[in-house]
Design a protein around this ligand. Structure first.
Ligand SMILES: Cc1ncc(COP(=O)(O)O)c(C=O)c1O
Length: 414
């Protein structure tokens, strides 16, 4: 049996990489302790202090305390840590708030929308009629006027903002009036930007008009793989449907070890979230600027490249796959990405690449390290240096960034 060897080899390798996957992060040892704990061997169906199984007293305390940190960070009226992933949270939202045949407006996958919002994904599985936001590829954002027109004409049941390729805040506030006129509920999928919102460095979806926020808990919010749903201002009946859709709709037992870990991460974000989010954004800007200086086409130059943790590269030819695979040989981990102007048939080999700075920021990197990473990109992609020799540089460079910062690990002796 070699599975443990693979796990350990993976961990060693990850410590020697520059990981720029925008949807991943590193957990603190404090959080790992909860994930690897006896909470994973317990059943706690139901609500804290109202369970179907006995023996949940400590689980209840942990869930209530974890919830309290989410209330402080995001000020919802109701928080639910039970969804076991961001997609599960979205499925609960679709089942709780819509009926088959209802219209949903969400972002097309070629414009950065997530598959769970798509006709061929969870939204379609619910039988929704999915329409996609009119999008402005130049601005890398949703077209406000055309969207308001579409909302007034189509009277959707639900409008879901949020994306997987997400450079700039979405126009939630600008679409709110049109949504209210036709009785549409605005939801916001914060999977990518939850940590930035927690750190008060991105838009405030509830403040701008969203009544539901769904999210993953492991991207810029550096928690365990999992999901969360929060609501504010939803009619009581809708809120009740929503709770039912979560349990017993999409989870029976939730994953208690992950639930505890989400709470710990929220507590870490209360303490360090603002500093962390600030540095993520600085690093994303620095990386974008440095890549531009090195000769790459970085998307949205006229808008300052990015206001999130992400940077998008446009190779201007269909080499996204080659670029990601070649960088991987140098221990630089990225993903190819469809850009709005790519033909959808090219999703396996698009012209773009998406990068995220959240993980390397958590490992302690700052602006000067972003400049160095851009140099490494130039060597591998533009100068076509041997990636195996660049890999040696990466491993050496990475030795100085081995501790998880902006976390309770900082407060504790080794
Ligand atoms: C916008 C968005 N929503 C939902 C999800 C799904 O999250 P999970 O992988 O936790 O199911 C993702 C994942 O990348 C995402 O980018």
């Amino acid at each position: 049996m070699k599975i443990l060897e693979y796990v350990e080899a993976h961990e060693k390798w990850r410590g020697e990489c520059i990981n720029l996957i925008a949807s991943e992060n590193m957990s603190s040892k404090t959080m790992d302790r909860a994930v690897c704990s006896g909470f994973m061997h317990k059943y706690a169906e139901g609500w804290p202090e109202n369970r179907y199984y006995q023996g949940c007293f400590y689980v209840d305390k942990a869930e209530l305390e974890g919830n309290s940190y989410f209330y402080q960070l995001f000020e919802p009226e109701y928080v639910d840590l039970r969804p076991i992933s961001g997609a599960t949270a979205n499925i609960a939202m679709f089942f709780g708030l819509t009926r088959p045949g209802d219209t949903l407006i969400s972002l097309h996958t070629s414009n950065g929308g997530h598959i769970s919002h798509a006709q061929f994904g969870a939204a379609g599985l619910r039988g929704l009629n999915v329409m996609t936001f009119p999008y402005d590829g130049e601005e890398m954002n949703i077209d406000v006027d055309k969207t308001c027109e579409m909302v007034r004409k189509e009277s959707p049941r639900l409008i879901v903002f949020g994306a997987s390729l997400f450079l700039f805040p979405h126009p939630v506030a600008q679409v709110k009036d049109a949504a209210e006129e036709v009785g549409a509920v605005i939801a916001y999928d914060a999977a990518h930007v939850l940590g930035l919102i927690a750190g008060k460095r991105f838009q405030d979806p509830f403040g701008e008009g969203a009544k539901i926020v769904t999210s993953s808990t492991h991207k810029t919010f550096p928690g365990p793989q999992g999901g969360v749903i929060m609501i504010r201002g939803l009619a009581q009946e809708q809120a009740a449907n929503f709770q039912w859709a979560t349990f017993p709709g999409v989870v029976s037992n939730h994953h208690l070890h992950h639930m505890a870990a989400k709470g710990i991460t929220a507590a870490e974000m209360l303490k360090y979230g603002e500093q962390y989010a600030e540095q993520i954004l600085r690093n994303a800007k620095a990386l974008a600027e440095a890549l531009h200086e090195e000769g790459f086409t970085v998307v949205a130059e006229h808008k300052g490249f990015t206001e999130s943790h992400q940077v998008a590269l446009d190779f201007k030819e269909f080499i996204g796959k080659w670029a990601a695979q070649t960088l991987e040989k140098a221990n630089i981990i990225t993903n190819k990405n469809l850009l709005p102007w790519d033909p959808v048939e090219n999703s396996d080999n698009p012209s773009g690449m998406r990068l995220g700075t959240q993980e390397m920021t958590r490992m302690g990197m700052k602006e000067s390290e972003m400049n160095y990473i851009a140099e490494l990109f130039r060597k591998v992609i533009l100068d076509k240096e041997d990636p195996e020799s660049v890999k040696k540089e990466v491993i050496e460079f990475r030795k100085d960034y081995q501790n998880v910062l902006y976390s309770f690990d900082q407060d504790q002796p080794e």
